[in-house]
Design a protein around this ligand. Structure first.
Ligand code: BES
Ligand code: MG
Ligand code: ZN
Length: 465
């Protein structure tokens, strides 16, 4: 879908002219006022639509009235919802060209473009029959600049969703490394297995050792002159999580190609930075591998030594994400950055605690966690802080090593958090658990089934702030 900007849309002979209507108000279109409001009592609740024929009274073939709810409650997130619903309706109508003549009192280009691109998204690469799409939309009363920003956000989300939707046979660690190396404006170094061994990443290596796919440690870097801040973002990159020798039941394994959603998020964010040129140095880090059962797999009872020298008794090979993240966290802390943020489909316990529309977050710095939660809210993602009391570590105590990788099922998201904390040193750190939000088994809000792009909007906005 192409998204353009023009203030002259009233004279466009498009398939549909889309206008907005606030609850209890009249619109800028007489036809809409006469038919939708006066005759049909259309109320204009947020996301409601009303279709009108124009019978050649204006150049556009049809008018689609989109409800925007109450004017004083209408902000950027509501723009996204309204435009999303409008584009979904246009698709149903098989409209190819549309013009949005929205008058909302502010520049709605950014969130409008995001809403349109979310509606346009379908993972139909492998389908013979492609999704119905609108070819071109034009926004009036929006700036080129804001639409450009919205498109960059939309593209980053699409990038992440496409990658997380791909089967594990496609999105291998090698593929993730290739993608990282192909990003415009990003310097990437990929560490191969011998180099990972040299770096003494014993926890990460153990997880990947059962797979025929070689592990890749990926370090991307975006730089600028005189950065105001230096941030590292780490994405969990388990390209397939079978559970390993502690194998998962079939029903739990079904969606485990998504266990690299954190990595896909980091790649999506890195792919968009060039567009904005922020005054921040950003490191994107992914320890990519598969967790597979085989004769070479790591085993329950093994003792691993992570990059910082701490030893881990393997209690359960399915708690692999934290092992890969442990080494990635140590690596990131050694970069001397100001902040480290990891994002991971880490625990089923987080899904149990928060459901599929709330992302869990915890960390060692109240202000960082609060800033990320606020950023999430401003872009329409929901984050909720989970506790990280030191008592959560009690169940990770081992008789023969510094810790075990799992303890109790109860409070599992926080236990994973307190495990990760052992690998964080002298830096502000936040851990984001997207196990529930990254991959949807049924449509939710402005996302269809499958990968949602969880975290992309939040992390990108946070970096740009
Ligand atoms: N990748 C899973 C977590 C997950 C679960 C992601 C559901 C998305 C949806 C993770 O590696 C895992 O297997 N965690 C275990 C940990 C347990 C063994 C302590 C879990 O949550 O069951
Ligand atoms: Mg697992
Ligand atoms: Zn996993």
């Amino acid at each position: 879908m192409e998204i353009k900007v023009s203030n002259d849309v009233k004279n466009y002979a498009v398939d549909a002219l889309v206008i907005n209507m606030f609850e209890g108000e009249r619109t800028s279109q007489e036809l809409a006022n006469t038919y939708a409001i006066d005759r049909d009592d259309f109320k204009g609740k947020l996301g409601q639509t009303y279709l009108l024929q124009t019978y050649d009274r204006i150049p556009a073939k049809k008018i689609l009235v989109v409800g925007c709810g109450k004017r004083n409650e209408f902000c950027e997130n509501e723009v996204r919802t309204a435009v999303y619903k409008a584009v979904k309706k246009l698709q149903q109508m098989h409209v190819k060209t549309a013009a949005f003549d929205f008058e909302v009192g502010f520049d709605y280009g950014k969130f409008g473009a995001i809403g349109a691109m979310l509606a346009d998204y379908a993972f139909d690469k492998y389908k013979s029959e492609k999704a119905t799409r609108v070819d071109e939309i034009t926004f009036a009363n929006a700036s080129e600049e804001s639409v450009r920003a919205g498109k960059a956000f939309g593209n980053a989300m699409k990038f992440t969703r496409d990658l997380a939707n791909e089967p594990a046979a496609y999105a291998t660690p090698t593929k993730l490394a290739e993608i990282a190396q192909s990003l415009d404006g990003i310097e990437t170094r990929v560490f191969e297995k011998p180099e990972i061994e040299e770096m003494k990443m014993g926890a990460f290596l153990a997880v990947g050792q059962g797979s025929v796919q070689p592990p890749k440690f990926i370090h991307m870097k975006y730089t600028c002159e005189n950065p105001k801040k230096r941030i590292a973002i780490i994405g969990k990159g388990i390209c397939f999580d079978s559970g390993g020798l502690d194998i998962k039941p079939a029903s739990s394994m079904l969606t485990m190609k998504d266990d690299m959603s954190g990595a896909a998020c980091v790649l999506g964010v890195m792919s968009a930075l060039k567009e904005f040129n922020p005054q921040v140095e950003v490191h994107g880090i992914i320890a990519a591998c598969e967790n597979m059962p085989s004769g070479t797999s790591y085993k329950p009872g093994d003792i691993l030594t992570a990059k910082n020298g701490k030893t881990i008794e393997v209690d359960n090979t399915d708690a692999e994400g934290r092992l890969t993240l442990a080494d990635a966290l140590v690596y990131a802390c050694e970069l001397g950055v100001d902040e480290v943020i990891d994002i991971a489909t880490l625990t089923g316990a987080c899904v149990v605690a928060l459901g599929t529309f709330v992302t869990g977050i915890m960390g060692n710095d109240k202000e960082l966690v609060r800033n990320i939660i606020d950023t999430a809210e401003s872009v329409g993602e929901k984050y909720w802080e989970l506790p990280m009391f030191k008592e959560y570590f009690d169940c990770l105590k081992s008789d023969i090593a510094d810790m075990k990788n799992t303890g109790s099922r109860q409070g599992g998201a926080s236990i994973a958090g307190i495990f990760l904390k052992e690998y964080v040193k002298d830096v502000k750190w936040a851990h984001i658990d997207i196990a529930g939000t990254a991959f949807l088994e049924k449509p939710q809000g402005e996302c269809g089934k499958g990968a949602s792009g969880a975290g992309v909007r939040t992390l990108l906005s946070y970096i740009l702030k």
